[in-house]
Design a protein around this ligand. Structure first.
Ligand code: FES
Length: 145
């Protein structure tokens, strides 16, 4: 992490108002802004830790914990709801409670007539997802991670 931070600090060395660009770069490189980075950023920019922490927490964009390895988007729009997406979302929330896979609602994936639909990691779409199918898709994620 130190090497990454030093490279980012060097890149913004002569830039006024560089706190936000530095935070963006750290999150881009590491996936989040670790707590351990706060005192180093504060020292680099001659700010207090509270000032740096305040900016990180003010902007919802900045993560303070590592991102989940996988994100499952469950469609919660009307057509999928009519095909059981609410029950699927409840099942997914319970199933993913303790893992490093997170679930987020999405509103239409373009598979309205063959819902409920989900999308895994912004890439793979799945239609007619039952709780059983969901479990096997999640199990497969665990195997390939
Ligand atoms: S409503 Fe779910 S894919 Fe369109």
């Amino acid at each position: 992490m130190i090497t990454t931070l030093n490279a980012i600090f060097g890149k913004h060395q002569h830039q006024a108002g560089s706190l936000l660009p530095i935070l963006h770069d750290i999150q881009h490189e590491l996936g989040y802004v670790p707590d351990e980075a706060v005192p180093l950023i504060a020292k680099e920019l001659n700010l207090s830790r509270a000032e740096v922490h305040g900016v990180i927490t003010y902007y919802h964009h900045f993560r303070q914990t590592p991102p989940p390895r996988h994100v499952v988007h469950v469609c919660c729009a009307e057509a999928c709801q009519a095909n059981g997406s609410e029950a699927l979302a409840e099942h997914a929330a319970a199933r993913l409670q303790h893992g490093d896979i997170s679930m987020e609602p999405v509103y239409c994936l373009g598979l309205c007539s063959i819902g409920p639909a989900i999308q895994i990691d912004e890439t793979t779409l799945h239609a007619r997802v039952t709780p059983e199918k969901f479990d096997s898709l999640v199990a497969a994620l665990g195997e390939r991670s």
